[in-house]
Design a protein around this ligand. Sequence first.
Ligand code: ZN
Length: 260
Amino acid sequence: MKEIKVHGIVLREDPMGDKDKRLILLTREQGKITVLAKGAMGAKSKFRALCGVFSYVELVLTHGATFYYIKEGTLIESFYSLRGDLFKLSFASWILEVGKVFCLEGQENEELLAILLRGLYMESKAEEGMESLPADVTVFRILAENGYYPELARCRGELSSEEMNHDLSVDPILFQPSVGGIYCSECQKRLKTGAGIRLSPGALQALRYMIEQSPGKAYSFKVSEEVRKQIHEAVTDYLTEQTEHGYTSLGFLGKITGSP
Ligand SMILES: [Zn+2]
């Protein structure tokens, strides 16, 4: 029987009968796949440790009639600390939910997996009160790398008046999630810009930093609580507008954080 090796993150685990577990994984090599872990419900099963949601695993699979079966498996990282913190858990779930939307079926997803793993790792290290930030950086970078790169360096009003100085250091800046663009303060007075999210110049700088920097640097910045909120609002609205997709973890996050 043909074997394949995959590396992936466990998105979901469900019992199958009394003994087995069914796992849904987001893999680097094959996109989203469903695998059966025979006997994983047993206390002594060698597969038990592989089955936790968020676990990053290496699996050798064999293909049955309807499922892949785990032949061998190694736990690379459990991201265990995510499960002990409701905020981190919720934001990590959101990261994976977004990853699922952008995952290519039956194809290699090397870059997406790398972003997701870094996101989960950074989320597990998040500072108290700043749990939204690693998730926002991760989601914003996923969007930017998948054809939704926002224009945050130039005011949209430049199209109608290039003569003017479109100063992006003057508060407020207007971010429009539906188009992924911004208006400077002057253009907001001058033009009919429509609705959007108010950003301070600091929040705009942070949003640019989040997608312009290398993966290793993109998470290392500090912001005030006010800027953190603006970033989260901008990223969540940009995500839902651009992907036209609902996110169940976002609804749950709204409930526990008390913000829409
Ligand atoms: Zn302008």
